[in-house]
Design a protein around this ligand. Structure first.
Ligand SMILES: *Cc1c(COP(=O)(O)O)cnc(C)c1O
Length: 466
C-alpha cells in the first residue's frame, strides 16, 4: 500500500516510511492512496474472532508487506496482553439500544493505549529492521505522556523524553509517568505551563544540531499508525453486537479528532456506520464545524476533560481532504486560510454531505458533573469526565436515532478522582496493580523553561548518537 499527503506535494511513501516520518514534507498528513475494503462476509466472520485476531485482519491491509505476517501477529498479541480486561474492549448495555464500550483497560487507563501499544511494537520492529535508533520527544498535559511511555519503555531501539508542566498535572498523571522504571525513559518537569512545554518541543524539533545527533521522532496523533490502532474496536463492537444488518452509530468524545476519524475510516472500508456522533466540551470547535459548516478557532479554555481541550484538531485535515474530493491543492489552500485567518468555510453542499454522517453536541463542566451523577444514579456505573461528555451526546443523538448507539468510555474514572468526587462524593479506585506500581520511587528531573538547558539535558542523557 502506498501513502499520499493531504497537501499533494510530498512523495508517495510506503508504510515503513510513513510511520517513521510522521508529518509529510509539505506539512500535510499521510493517508492511503486507495482504501482497502471489507465485505459483509468478512466482517460477519469477526463474530468468532478474538480481539487480537480482529486487529490482525483489519490492520493488515494498511501494513502491506512492511512486516512479515507472523511477526505482526506477535506484535499484536504482545500489545493487547497488557490489558487488564480479557475482552480488551468490553461492551455493556446501558439501556435499550445504547451501549458503552470501555476503552480504558490498557496500561495507562485511557484509550490511547490501543494505538500506542501497537505503535510501540511496530516502531521497534521497523527500527531493528533498518538498524536505526531514534529519540522520541513529546509534551503532555496528562494522558498522552503516560500512554507513550508505557508503549516505549524497555524498547531497545528508542529513548523517550516527555516534558510535562511542573506541578500542573495531577499526582496520578505524574506518577503514571515517573514511576516507570526503564533506562530509556526520561521525564522532565518544566517550570512553566503546558504551552511552554509544547513550545520547547517544537523548538527542539527544528534544532538541526540535535536532530542530526539524535534522530528525533514523534508519536503524536498525526502519525498514521495511531489511526490504524483505533480502527479494530469499531469492527469488534459491530460484530459482537451483531449489528451488521441494522447498522450502528458511534459516539466519540473528541479533541484532536483522531478517534472519530478512525471511526470514519472504518465506515469507508466497509463497516455499516450510520452516524458518527461527536461530543465536545467547552472547546467546541468540532461541534460548531459539524453543525454549521464553519471552522473557526478561538482560545483554549481549561475544562474537567483536559484531553479534549484542543482548538486545532489536527486529524480533521484528513477528513477535509476527502470532503474536497482528495484535492491536495484545495486542502492546502483551506489549511493555509485557517492559519492566516483562523477559519475555514465549507459550501452548503459539502455541509449536507458532512451531516449525512456526522452529528455533534457539546457539554460544559457543570453539565459534565451532573451527567456523571445521573449515569451513576441510573446505572451504578462511574464514568470519567471525557466519557461523560460522550455519554450525554449519545443520549441526545439517541432521541432521533433508528439504530443502536455505542458510546466510547475513553478514560478510567480513577484518572480523574477530583471531578468524580465532586459529582458523586465517591472516590474512584485505581485498579489494584496500578495503585501498587504507583507506590514505586519516582524518577524525574525539574528544569527551568530554558531551551539550552533542556537541549543539553537531552543530548547528554540519551544513550546513543554521540
Ligand atoms: C485523547 C483523548 C480524547 C480525545 O481523543 P481524540 O482522538 O484526540 O479526539 C478523549 N478522551 C480521552 C480520555 C483522551 O485521552
Amino acid at each position: 500500500m502506498r501513502y499520499i499527503s493531504t497537501r499533494g506535494k510530498s512523495p508517495k511513501l510506503n508504510f515503513d516510511q510513513v510511520v517513521l516520518t510522521g508529518l509529510a514534507t509539505d506539512s500535510g498528513l499521510y493517508l492511503p492512496e486507495n482504501w482497502p475494503c471489507f465485505n459483509k462476509r468478512e466482517i460477519l466472520d469477526f463474530q468468532n474472532c478474538s480481539y487480537s485476531e480482529i486487529v490482525y485482519r483489519t490492520v493488515l491491509p494498511f501494513i502491506g508487506d512492511s512486516i512479515p505476517k507472523k511477526i505482526f501477529k506477535k506484535i499484536i498479541n504482545k500489545s493487547y496482553k497488557k490489558f487488564r480486561h480479557e475482552e480488551i474492549a468490553p461492551l455493556f448495555e446501558i439501556e435499550k439500544d445504547l451501549w458503552m464500550m470501555e476503552l480504558f483497560h490498557g496500561p495507562s487507563l485511557a484509550f490511547k493505549d490501543f494505538a500506542l501499544q501497537l505503535l510501540g511494537g511496530i516502531f521497534d520492529y521497523l527500527l531493528k529492521k533498518n538498524s536505526e535508533r531514534i529519540t522520541i520527544l513529546g509534551a503532555t498535559s496528562g494522558d498522552t505522556g503516560s500512554a507513550a511511555i508505557e508503549a516505549c519503555k524497555d524498547k531497545d531501539m528508542m529513548d523517550i523524553f516527555i516534558l510535562h508542566p511542573h506541578k500542573r498535572i495531577t499526582k496520578i498523571q505524574r506518577k503514571q509517568m515517573t514511576t516507570v522504571d526503564s533506562p530509556n525513559v526520561f521525564n522532565i518537569a518544566i517550570k512553566g505551563s503546558f504551552d511552554d512545554c509544547q513550545d520547547l518541543v517544537k523548538k527542539l524539533f527544528s534544532d538541526t544540531d540535535l536532530g542530526r545527533q539524535k534522530k528525533l521522532s514523534s508519536i503524536n496523533s498525526i502519525n498514521w499508525a495511531r489511526i490504524i490502532g483505533q480502527i479494530p474496536y469499531y469492527f469488534y463492537a459491530t460484530a459482537k453486537l451483531n449489528l451488521l444488518d441494522s447498522g450502528i452509530s458511534f459516539c466519540v468524545p473528541s479533541g484532536n479528532f483522531g478517534n472519530a476519524y478512525a471511526c470514519y475510516v472504518s465506515k469507508i472500508i466497509g463497516l455499516p456506520v450510520r452516524k458518527i456522533i461527536i461530543g465536545s466540551n467547552r472547546n467546541d470547535v468540532l461541534t460548531r464545524f459539524f453543525t454549521g459548516g464553519s471552522l473557526k478557532l478561538s482560545n483554549v479554555v481549561a475544562t474537567l476533560s483536559p484531553s479534549m481541550d484542543i482548538q486545532i484538531s489536527s486529524n480533521l485535515e484528513r477528513y477535509l481532504f476527502e470532503i474536497f474530493n482528495r484535492s491536495g491543492s484545495k486542502t492546502a489552500k483551506n489549511l493555509e486560510s485557517l492559519r492566516m485567518n483562523g477559519r475555514i468555510e465549507i459550501s452548503k453542499n459539502n455541509l449536507l454531505k458532512i451531516r449525512k454522517t456526522f452529528e455533534a453536541y457539546k457539554l460544559d463542566d457543570n453539565g459534565t458533573l451532573q451527567n456523571i451523577k445521573k449515569v451513576y444514579n441510573d446505572t451504578g456505573r462511574i464514568i470519567d469526565p471525557h466519557s461523560s461528555v460522550g455519554f450525554y451526546s449519545a443520549i441526545e443523538a439517541g432521541k432521533k436515532s433508528s439504530v443502536p448507539i455505542v458510546t466510547l468510555a475513553t478514560a478510567h474514572p480513577s484518572k480523574f478522582p477530583q471531578a468524580v468526587r465532586t459529582a458523586i462524593k465517591i472516590k474512584a479506585k485505581l485498579p489494584r496493580n496500578i495503585s501498587d506500581s504507583l507506590e514505586r520511587k519516582e524518577k524525574y528531573d525539574i528544569l527551568p523553561n530554558d531551551f539550552d538547558l533542556v537541549k543539553n539535558y537531552i543530548s547528554t542523557k540519551s544513550s546513543f548518537g554521540e
